[in-house]
Design a binder for this molecule. Structure first.
Ligand SMILES: Cc1cc2nc3c(=O)[nH]c(=O)nc-3n(C[C@H](O)[C@H](O)[C@H](O)COP(=O)(O)OP(=O)(O)OC[C@H]3O[C@@H](n4cnc5c(N)ncnc54)[C@H](O)[C@@H]3O)c2cc1C
Length: 507
């Protein structure tokens, strides 16, 4: 019997692809789809046997599809992110975008999607857009002609193979291919390197019982991640919100459990590397699964060392076991719960970032700067840094009084030049390793989708016209036009000139 399936599922090592995308995470997937929609023949190469990267393989993401609206209520992310959310919502695999006022005030609201159906959806989209996929394949080198990339070298079941492409996009998350091509990268020092985590999911939680505990114990939970006195999110207001919660899905995540955690710590039932917190993941019929993505944290492990990564995975597994026992034995509602998934890959917080023609920095966020080569927007704050401490969520290293919100709680532009590495031609980078300072690391899922989609469109234009990615820095009209046609949001009304859009329960 012959091979069952479609012959067109097979790509071709001998082909000159218009666009090669290395890495199939939350940046590589939109890059491949956007390039294909812009007319390119695309090959996407992924190290594992699954698409999704930190979203599904080492996920699911806790606050998935969060920060799609700024604190003034303007949705500033469209394109691939919004399209996939809507598709999943319409097929019953995503929940309404909950917008309770106290969370909307901080921009920290969620459009939850089911990560397993999200993964299925992106595989379907690869079929629809005729993208060639090469899975279980490691990109190990760049094929170079001087400073111009001409393709990649991969290793897989077929051995070591060279594949040629007109434009290559590095979406490996760790600037792996860019470094091979000779691009300069920057990374924080090993000592004090931000922690990585190993995520796990838990089902069988009695959410009514859990909700009752939250309502009766509002002081036991963290409020700082959504604190913003200038828009009315005071500690008191946030606690009042917890005390009046009617649906656990309105919070998206909840962190603290202070008394329970401290009692456990005294009994030797908690570890000091992270705090206690839980996120929510939707399944069929609006069933909610608990997702624990911050229960283990291991610092000082740059992902450029396999020994460090291995150590972090082993240590995270030790910490997760402790955290799991805590939730089951101490937290009301978790008594009959059980683990359904432990990620097989570490979630890497920090890593190398490319040095591009523009380096995104703190002022771009704080001043809500606009750029002529805008490819998308974001409203995520500056200075969001994790440390391996019991203060699980973001700890502001540089001091709490420092301004971290975009000007007037609006949105800022992401410029195209952060995708273009210095020196090397015909290479683009998208995802969490784009050119940015650590304080404004563009690693959140919606941000990686924005840079991924833009890199895909830019690569397709270059393949078609013979221009280089660097040429588009001052010749970006076509890039922006196609992005807008693909649903990207590049322009918004000045937030200073509008009233706050206000409180809505859902989208
Ligand atoms: C603990 C933790 C929790 C997080 N939670 C959230 C959250 O709740 N919400 C949110 O918005 N963001 C969250 N993030 C951040 C976000 O998930 C990631 O930063 C983002 O998904 C990165 O996308 P990416 O495409 O750049 O990289 P990745 O998703 O890492 O994708 C890179 C892909 O490239 C592949 N690859 C790597 N090297 C090679 C190679 N040499 N050859 C072939 N393939 C290769 C990898 O297998 C992977 O599939 C979290 C991060 C961490 C660490």
């Amino acid at each position: 019997m012959g091979v069952v399936g479609r012959k067109e599922d097979y790509g071709d090592y001998g082909r000159l692809y218009d666009v090669i995308v290395a890495g199939g995470g939350t940046s590589g997937i939109p890059a491949a789809i956007a390039a294909a929609r812009a007319g390119a023949k695309v090959l996407l190469i992924e190290r594992t046997g699954c698409l999704g990267g930190q979203f599904s393989v080492s996920g699911p993401a806790g606050f998935c599809y969060a920060f799609l609206r700024n604190s003034r209520g303007q949705r500033d992310v469209g394109g691939f992110a919004w399209e996939t959310y809507r598709k999943l919502f319409e097929t019953g695999h995503a929940l309404p975008h909950y917008l309770p006022e106290v969370r909307a005030n901080s921009g920290y609201t969620f459009a939850y999607v089911d990560p397993d159906w999200w993964t299925q959806l992106v595989f379907d989209m690869m079929d629809e857009e005729n993208v060639d996929l090469l899975l279980d394949t490691l990109v190990v080198d760049a094929v170079m002609d001087g400073d111009t990339i001409k393709g990649v070298v991969v290793e897989n079941a077929d051995g070591r193979v060279e594949i040629r492409g007109k434009v290559v996009i590095d979406c490996t998350g760790e600037a792996y291919l860019s470094a091979k091509a000779g691009v300069e990268t920057v990374m924080l020092d090993e000592e004090g390197f931000p922690p990585h985590s190993l995520a796990f999911s838990v089902d069988g939680v009695d959410w009514d019982r859990f909700l009752m505990y939250v309502r009766h114990n509002p002081k036991q939970f963290s409020w700082r991640e959504i604190q913003n006195d200038s828009v009315g999110n005071t500690k008191e207001r946030i606690r009042e919100f917890y005390a009046n919660l009617t649906d656990i899905k309105q919070v998206g995540e909840i962190v603290g459990f202070y008394e329970l955690r401290d009692a456990a710590l005294e009994n030797g039932d908690w570890h000091p590397h992270s705090g206690a917190g839980v996120f929510f993941t939707p399944k069929e019929g609006a069933h909610i699964v608990a997702h624990l993505q911050h229960s283990s944290q291991v610092s000082d492990c740059p992902p450029t060392s396999a020994w460090h990564i291995t150590h972090a995975i082993r240590e995270c597994r030790r910490q997760n076991k402790i955290a799991w026992r805590f939730f089951k034995n101490y937290v009301p509602g978790f008594e009959n719960s059980y683990i359904t998934k432990v990620a097989t890959e570490l979630r890497l917080r920090e890593g190398p970032r490319i040095v591009g023609d523009y380096t995104f920095r703190r002022e771009d966020v704080i001043e809500a700067r606009l750029h002529p080569d805008v490819i998308g927007k974001s409203n995520f704050i500056a200075d969001s840094q994790h440390v391996a401490s019991m203060d699980t969520l973001n700890v502001i290293k540089s001091g709490k009084t420092l301004e971290k919100w975009p000007h007037h709680h609006g949105s800022y532009d992401l410029p195209y030049r952060i995708l273009v590495p210095q020196k090397v031609e015909n290479l683009l980078a998208a995802g969490k390793h784009v050119s940015a300072d650590s304080a404004v690391y563009l690693r959140y899922i919606q941000q990686t989708m924005v840079t991924g989609q833009a890199a895909g469109v830019a690569a397709a234009i270059c393949a078609k016209t013979g221009k280089t990615p660097r040429d588009l820095e001052n010749d970006h009209e076509e890039l922006q036009k196609v992005l807008v046609e693909q649903g990207a949001i590049l322009y918004l009304q000045d937030p200073d000139t509008i009233e706050k859009v206000g409180h809505r329960e859902e989208d």
